[in-house]
Design a protein around this ligand. Structure first.
Ligand SMILES: Nc1ncnc2c1ncn2[C@@H]1O[C@H](COP(=O)(O)OP(=O)(O)OP(=O)(O)O)[C@@H](O)[C@H]1O
Ligand SMILES: CC(=O)N[C@H]1[C@@H]2OC[C@@H](O2)[C@@H](O)[C@@H]1O[C@H](C)C(=O)O
Length: 415
């Protein structure tokens, strides 16, 4: 008897607690504006981008203001720990297992540090939108295993972020995209459309992180004309080569590339990879574009004697050429459009100049002109996705391949 009433007391307390969480979420959904922290930790492993956004409305009526932004750098130890499993086919499985909660807790603590610096209490934040750390990306076109679906894996579990920060957290956005028929990327397209579309101006939003991708936003605003794809490497090969041959995390301001000369034989050999012939849209990652790829190409074409400066100049041109040729292939030749660049690659003047050279009829500016810093953009876009899931009313992107109309992100309650 005592046991029964104790049991019903416990179950009713748990159900009250659960209800409290759901009611809190409904209240957040119905607020006129929400404070959402968007998080992005990309393939460059430079740090965690933290964007505190104030978001009003939803869909194409979304009005977003970035209140604060910081990139919290990773320690060398943390970076190395991720590199042990990052984009590798063979890993220590225990290491993957321990990193999953550990990255969540680390990201949670980084958020708390930012909030302290900004003089904001965790209770003042409505939601966290966490991308997590991609550790492997394998679309079908890449793994070629006919019985398996498109696949991608982001770790840094959302439950740990929610419990560490005591803030409701949405995470693991890419699985639903795959479940609805996509490759799990690029996801930026949704926020790009809601925040940056402009009637009468065809826009390309080009993001150059480790991997480069772009979104085409038609001036007609017709969502079924929107297009998005990865193009291949952004900074990933430049960074990997700088690390290995110059002991530097990246080629700052393209200084090393500027001191070398593009080797056209190597350039053409790099471009002959079958990925570039495959139809759009497509996605990729450092699983394909890594130092083994460069080493294999140089060995196959007997190009080992090229100076390291020339290799870096060639890798930079490789990114620029594959970005420009993807844009040229996707856009109709008569179409007029303006390109807005973001991501770390927009800070590389050699890369930017090469793209300008390849696309002489286009204006190439920075996303900053549209009111959001290029470094914050991806973190901001995850805040938009979380806002849509919690407070959105209609995701309608027509039948465009690679842009399924679905809500994304799993919800973790803090208690
Ligand atoms: N001043 C600079 N000069 C040259 N390159 C720079 C500069 N600043 C940043 N970068 C490049 O930008 C990279 C970081 O870019 P970003 O943070 O956009 O990548 P990411 O978000 O990790 O990648 P992804 O979008 O593929 O997930 C650095 O690793 C470096 O290559
Ligand atoms: C699997 C994964 O993490 N992909 C990233 C990566 O970095 C750039 C490019 O490759 C893009 O497809 C994607 O990220 C951005 C935020 C996106 O989904 O739009």
């Amino acid at each position: 008897m005592i046991f029964c009433s104790l049991f019903s007391f416990i179950t009713s307390s748990i159900s009250k607690l659960l209800k409290t969480h759901v009611i809190r979420l409904a209240q957040i959904a119905n607020k006129p504006s929400r404070r959402i922290i968007g998080l992005m930790s990309g393939t460059s492993l430079d740090g965690l981008d933290v964007a505190l956004c104030n978001v009003e409305g939803n869909g194409t009526d979304t009005v977003l203001k970035v209140e604060h932004f910081a990139t919290v750098p990773f320690t060398e130890e943390f970076r190395d720990s991720i590199r042990e499993i990052f984009a590798k086919r063979e890993i220590d499985f225990q290491h993957l297992c321990v990193l999953n909660p550990s990255i969540g807790i680390t990201h949670g603590n980084m958020i708390l540090e930012c909030l302290k610096k900004w003089n904001i209490q965790p209770e003042e934040i409505d939601l966290i939108a966490s991308h997590g750390q991609t550790v492997f990306h394998a679309p079908k076109k890449q793994h070629n295993l006919s019985e398996f679906p498109n696949s991608t894996l982001q770790i840094g579990d959302g439950d740990h972020i929610a419990v560490t920060t005591q803030i409701i957290t949405l995470s693991d956005f890419r699985q639903k995209h795959i479940a609805a028929g996509g490759e799990g990327a690029p996801l930026a397209v949704y926020g790009d459309y809601f925040l940056f579309s402009k009637k009468g101006e065809n826009r390309i939003l080009l993001n150059m992180g480790g991997i480069a991708n772009f979104t085409y936003l038609p001036g007609s605003l017709n969502p079924s004309e929107i297009f998005t794809t990865d193009t291949g490497p952004g900074n990933t090969l430049i960074d990997a080569f700088s690390r290995e041959y110059f002991g530097k995390p990246y080629d700052e301001n393209g200084a090393i590339a500027a001191s070398g000369k593009v080797n056209t034989i190597l350039l053409e050999a790099l471009k002959s990879l079958s990925f570039f012939e495959a139809p759009f849209p497509k996605t990729t990652g450092p699983e394909v574009f890594n130092m083994d790829f460069v080493a294999n190409v140089t060995a196959k074409y007997n190009l080992q004697d090229i100076s390291r400066e020339d290799v870096l100049a060639t890798l930079t041109r490789f990114s620029a050429d594959t970005i420009s040729s993807a844009i040229k292939r996707v856009m109709k030749p008569e179409e007029i459009y303006k390109i807005y660049a973001s991501g770390g690659g927009a800070h590389n003047p050699v890369l930017m100049a090469s793209i300008r050279e390849q696309l002489p009829n286009c204006q190439l500016g920075l996303i900053n002109e549209l009111g959001v810093s290029g470094d914050a953009k991806e973190a901001v876009l995850f805040a938009v996705l979380a806002n849509e899931t919690v407070a959105g009313t209609n995701m309608n992107f027509g039948e465009r391949e690679g842009v399924p109309s679905v809500s994304m992100g799993k919800i973790s309650f803090p208690g």
